[in-house]
Design a protein around this ligand. Structure first.
Ligand SMILES: C[S@@+](CC[C@H](N)C(=O)[O-])C[C@H]1O[C@@H](n2cnc3c(N)ncnc32)[C@H](O)[C@@H]1O
Ligand code: SF4
Length: 386
């Protein structure tokens, strides 16, 4: 078995050796309650596993730092699961451990995901004091009936109070997640949720179309015919989202992401520009140079393997430069920067065809962008260039 210090998966290509790793993701796999639609790797919080898990994350970081190019993050993203499901002392242990190990002199953005049920002033103030400067909170809806349909653990009032707490703690860069296309949701309910969100004035709004993901309770109910999806109705909700948020001054910089000017999520932009990143924790992906790997989707196995000094990787592959270029095109098309006409020259005919269909447009600055209609078919369009 490969030991942590000698993993081939963690070894960067020669080309990448003198480049620092600029983006760090840490996956916290705990949630106060599991939502029936969600396929992120997570489990309900278990106090008995947590201390061992926190030590494992720091140990994995030490092991990767020993074999990777220097890790000097510009962005850090604590996602999940629900990082805020950790207690204040647990967060202090983990963030302090990270600060002790990393050169953060070039850090510009440190995001942490929160569930409204797990926000307190003490916790928020600690995060702010340790360098977290962006919070992403899952509100999903302001409608009590839809929060129940989604199996959320918090009320709308609690989400509102948590938002106020984040502001009180000094966070001036806050994202709120919303979901549309929820079973029984009416256009009027979505209009109200958008309006209430805009009224609070977060710097960033993520508005996701509900997807029925395998391995979720929703997927099983969908397969049994108990739940259904109306793509035309979802397209109309997407149009309403784009119009409402544009009117309120939010730039649609990616299909599901809207930001006040200058408040785009830099960590996600780095993913979409196909930058290198290191992911720690169970199920986390990493791409450095020409290698990509992911960790085992099992917290107990992750803990055991890392503590035994063994890699927690369960998948790895080579990503040649051609593949990374193709990924950069597919991701780039999802953003409002688009892709340079020059880059898509080998697919000239395809671009012309999509342009004629009204799915792509070419700007004066010679960039290829998805039209609003194209955004609804983004995956299909992107596939043509991979
Ligand atoms: C890791 S969670 C965010 C933080 C926290 N766990 C919470 O739920 O409050 C990331 C976001 O993904 C979105 N999401 C999860 N499952 C989804 C699905 N099946 N379809 C659309 N969006 C989904 C939700 O908006 C959720 O807030
Ligand atoms: S949506 Fe958030 S709180 Fe719900 S299960 Fe997924 S990660 Fe956990």
């Amino acid at each position: 078995m490969t030991t942590l210090g000698e993993t081939s998966a963690a070894a960067p290509s020669d080309a990448g050796r003198d480049e620092a790793v600029r983006h760090l993701y840490v996956h916290i796999p705990f949630c106060p309650k599991v939502c029936p639609y969600c396929s992120f790797y997570k489990e309900t919080s278990d106090r008995n596993k947590t201390a061992r898990f926190l030590e494992a994350v720091l140990r994995e970081l030490d092991a990767q730092a020993a074999v990777l190019p220097p890790i000097r993050p510009r962005t850090i993203f604590f996602g999940g699961g629900t990082p805020s499901a950790l207690s204040t002392p647990q967060l202090e242990f983990l963030l302090t451990g990270l600060r002790d190990r990393l050169d953060l002199s070039e850090l510009v953005e440190w995001t942490l995901e929160m569930n409204p049920a797990t926000v307190s002033l003490e916790k928020a103030a600690l995060l702010r004091s340790l360098g977290v400067n962006r919070i992403s909170m899952g509100v999903q809806s302001w409608e009590p009936q839809l929060l129940a349909v989604l199996g959320r653990v918090h009320s709308a009032e609690q989400a509102r109070r948590s938002y106020d707490i984040l502001r009180e703690a000094g966070f001036d860069n806050v994202n709120l997640d919303l979901i549309f296309g929820v079973p029984t949701q009416t256009p009027e309910q979505w209009r109200r949720s958008l309006a209430q969100t805009v009224a609070l004035g977060p710097e960033h709004i993520s508005a996701y179309n509900l997807t029925y993901e395998e391995d979720t309770e929703y997927f099983q109910r969908f397969a049994r015919g108990e739940l259904s999806q109306d793509t035309d109705a979802d397209a109309a909700l997407f149009e309403m989202t784009a119009d409402t948020l544009a009117d309120a001054g939010y730039e649609p910089y990616e299909i599901s992401n809207f930001a006040r000017p200058g408040r785009e999520c830099l960590h996600n932009l780095a993913y979409w520009q196909a930058a290198d990143y290191l992911g720690l924790g169970p199920s986390a992906f990493s791409t450095v140079g020409e290698r990509r790997w992911s960790n085992v989707r099992d917290t107990a196995a992750y803990n055991d393997r890392v503590h035994a000094g063994v890699v927690a990787i369960d998948f790895e592959e080579a990503v040649p430069p051609g593949t990374r270029r193709a990924e950069a095109i597919a991701f780039g098309l999802r953003t409002n920067r688009g892709v340079a006409v020059e880059t898509l020259r080998p697919w000239g005919e395809q671009v012309a065809e999509f342009e004629a269909l009204g799915l792509l447009r070419i700007t004066e600055a010679r960039r290829v962008l998805l039209t609003r209609k194209g955004r609804l078919l983004a995956d299909t369009v992107a596939e043509a260039f991979v």
